[in-house]
Ligand binder design. Structure first.
Ligand code: 3H9
Length: 699
């Protein structure tokens, strides 16, 4: 049982004890009901306190139980809350640290609530694509008012307990404890003080009205329209709260339940729940246990003050970690510092950063032209030109000056981290830290594990990633690692689609309608088409049999490298990022197509999306099979946080699971028959073929 029962004098205390956040899983729910029964049966007990062990009152329903039989098994959360409400002795919730979702709903079912300051209070279900399903939409408006409740339910954002406690007339908290430490004793005293009060108060009996009813909810619906384009939950939250103001409590509860169950089965909710767990699972490396010792990272050095180096440095400055930047020339350092300042000043101007914080961050930044000055850094990240010879020179110097035990990281996006490691005498201390541009904004960090990388180095960089608020995913060494290796196939399909009859605009629009932040051609223009060109040139000699459309090369021969040259697949006006279709580019594509003797055909959006997304899926299956990625969900995390894959589709592999792997393989077999495509590529990866044949999914 994951709930403890103890009696202190006349008060029974039920303590939720289901780490890490006291999720309300079956055994915890059972524990609460058992505790209530015991307390009610014990004549010496006159009141009951429910609280949580460790760092939470409760984080809500157990997300890991969703979709399993346990989530439906009695006592479900409704029955638990009914047992609380029906207790013949008053029940007091003693809330602290985290009180979210089902945890808050449980507290709302209690007769009284006492809260410690500093507790994060939320109904965050909307972030999982659902709505509060155990009375939250019906009870919260009754205690904090309709507007505040709807705001909390639609945003899912936490509000601090002391803030709620300070709202005049609020009925969520009957009492605020003086401090988290004082909560337990104050809750016992409070429970004793209300032991004989009858009738016992229940939130369900409070009135729930909005003076401008219909007008307000119309306004609320308009407000959520924009945010809920691809998410069904926010609009349903409005419906549920409106029901609280219009229906009898019991009917409102039934209505909420129906909406909750329907949302639970939407692909959007499945995807968001998948992503919640995937993001947290990404930090776990199968052979690196959580208790692996970590090295202390108190000072960081960055080699290279270009866009990448500057962005990387900002991450550490933001986290309060001092950074020393090294460049070959003073002018390069000056330019780098100026860019960092410009970025911070833009944030100050927008009100996103306070002036004193900006100054504190800049004070943590120092510069040098001399490698010897880096000797005290605990972690050094190289962000120099992407060429093995250049990396070799840098790593040899680092090996000579860095103190023993320092971590030597490369920000390479394509080069062999094993080779880089062996430029030093300490390959165990070398790791890849592939930041995505702009490095101070993008959440993804690919941690590239070399053959020799020590486990404590991995454990350390994963912890550092958390500290600088990155979502880190471990990749083995291969060309392009996880993300760029997959994107190469995606780009290749984009090229074939142009040859067969599409315009860049048509492909981009189809992908953006699917939900990608940007279609492949707009993305190419943003990243720089010359980067892909350099890779293809390498491929033409490395893999002469690999088939590529030559259209992108023709574009690059015209110097149309993308936004940085004001022209790529599209035209760009200085200072703006809008992609303007260019007739010459379209003509260039048509001429090239004609030179190949291809008659253009009309290609559906569905085919565009399938070819592009399934190319990611097939390459991902190879990556998984080769052990480059530890798990399928890591690949989804890479694509969501690094490549603008739509959150509500949960990543390419989750999307493939939703489509059904059998259907994915069928589509690949169809694509393989297209003579203008690459039949060899479309042979389903063995892992994918096997899973499809067995009716399984990537999870
Ligand atoms: C709900 O309640 C439905 C009801 O309305 C109706 C039911 C009928 N369950 O984020 P962290 C785990 S829906 C299970 O890194 P932090 C998490 O997986 C639920 N596990 O820590 C991770 O595990 P691991 C509504 C949970 O300190 C560990 O805790 N509630 C749950 O940065 C640490 O997580 C939510 O949506 C859970 N509910 O933040 C709350 N929550 O160590 C979502 C967390 O194995 N949770 N875990 O990887 C959060 O917002 C944050 O996790 C929290 C802690 C603020 C609690």
């Amino acid at each position: 049982m994951t709930a403890e029962y103890k009696v202190h004098g006349s008060v029974a205390v039920i303590t939720l004890a289901n780490p890490p956040v006291n999720g309300l899983g079956l055994s915890t729910r059972q524990g609460i009901v058992d505790g209530l029964t015991r307390a009610n049966d014990d004549a010496a007990v006159t009141s009951i306190v429910i609280t949580g062990a460790g760092g939470a009152f409760s984080g809500g329903a157990d997300i890991k139980e969703f979709g399993t039989d346990k989530s439906l098994q009695e006592p479900n959360l409704h029955s638990v809350i009914a047992a609380v409400e029906n207790s013949a002795k008053p029940v007091v919730a003693a809330i602290h640290s985290v009180c979210m979702g089902g945890g808050l709903e449980l507290a709302l079912g209690c007769h009284y609530r006492i809260a410690a300051p500093g507790c994060s209070v939320a109904l965050p279900e909307v972030k999982l694509g659902i709505l509060p399903g155990a009375g939250g939409t019906q009870r919260l408006p009754r205690v904090v008012g309709v507007e505040a409740a709807l705001n909390m339910i639609v945003s899912g954002e936490p509000v601090k307990s002391e803030l709620i406690g300070s709202i005049p007339g609020q009925k969520l908290f009957d009492k605020m404890a003086a401090s988290p430490e004082a909560l337990a004793a104050e809750a016992l005293a409070f429970a004793q003080s209300v032991a004989d009060v009858r009738p016992m108060p229940l939130v369900r009996n409070l009135p729930c009205k909005h003076p401008q009813g219909d007008a307000y909810f119309q306004f609320a619906r308009n407000m959520v329209k924009g945010m809920s384009k691809n998410f069904p939950a926010p609009a349903k939250c409005v419906d549920a709260v409106e029901a609280a103001t219009k229906k009898k409590f019991a009917d409102g509860l039934l209505f909420e339940r129906e909406l909750f169950i329907n949302l639970m089965w939407t692909p959007e909710s499945r995807s968001l729940r998948h992503l919640f767990l995937a993001e947290r699972a990404a930090s776990k490396i199968p052979d690196v246990p959580a208790d692996t010792p970590k090295r202390d990272i108190k000072a960081v050095a960055v080699i290279g003050a270009g866009t990448m180096g500057g962005g990387i440095a900002m991450n550490f400055l933001n986290a309060g970690i001092p950074v020393k930047m090294l460049e070959m020339k003073q002018e390069a350092l000056d330019r780098g510092i100026a860019t960092i300042k410009k970025n911070y000043e833009a944030q100050v101007k927008k009100g996103k950063l306070k002036q004193d914080k900006y100054e504190q961050r800049m004070a943590l930044l120092s510069t040098t032209l001399d490698y010897a000055d880096l000797k005290d850094a605990d972690l050094v990240i190289e962000a120099v030109f992407e060429e093995l010879g250049v990396k070799e020179a840098v790593f040899k110097q680092l090996d000579a000056v860095m103190k023993p035990g320092a971590i030597l990281a490369s920000n390479t996006s394509t080069l062999d981290v094993n080779k880089i490691a062996h430029f030093t005498q300490r390959p165990q201390d070398v790791v890849g830290l592939h930041f995505f541009s702009p490095a101070n904004v993008m959440k993804l960090l690919e941690v590239v594990r070399g053959d020799a990388t020590a486990k404590d180095v991995l454990a350390t960089v994963m912890a550092v990633a958390k500290k600088i608020r990155k979502t880190a995913v471990v990749s083995g060494v291969c060309d392009g690692f996880i993300g760029n290796r997959m994107i190469e196939q995606y780009g290749r399909q984009g090229g074939f689609l142009l040859d067969e009859g599409c315009t860049p605009e048509q492909v981009d629009k189809a992908m953006e309608k699917f939900g990608m932040a940007m279609g492949p051609f707009r993305m190419g223009d943003l990243a720089g088409n010359d980067i892909g060109w350099a890779i293809r040139k390498r491929r033409y000699t490395e893999k002469p049999d690999m088939k590529y459309s030559k259209t992108a090369d023709l574009l690059c021969e015209k110097g149309r490298f993308g936004q940085k040259t004001g022209a790529g697949w599209y035209d760009y006006v200085p200072g703006k990022r809008d992609a303007i279709p260019n007739a010459e580019v379209v003509k260039m594509i048509e001429d090239h197509r004609a030179s190949l003797g291809i008659t253009p055909r009309k290609i559906s959006d569905e085919e565009i999306v399938q070819r592009l997304v399934f190319s990611l899926v097939n390459e991902a299956a190879h990556i998984l099979e080769e052990g480059i990625a530890n798990k399928a969900s890591d690949i989804d995390v890479v694509y969501i946080f690094g490549y603008g894959f739509p959150v509500y589709r949960g990543g390419p592999l989750n999307y493939a699971n939703e489509v059904g792997l059998f259907n994915v393989v069928q589509a690949m077999n169809r694509f393989a028959k297209n003579p203008l495509d690459d039949a060899a590529f479309w042979k389903p990866a063995p892992l994918l073929a096997k899973l499809a044949a067995e009716g399984k999914t990537f999870n």
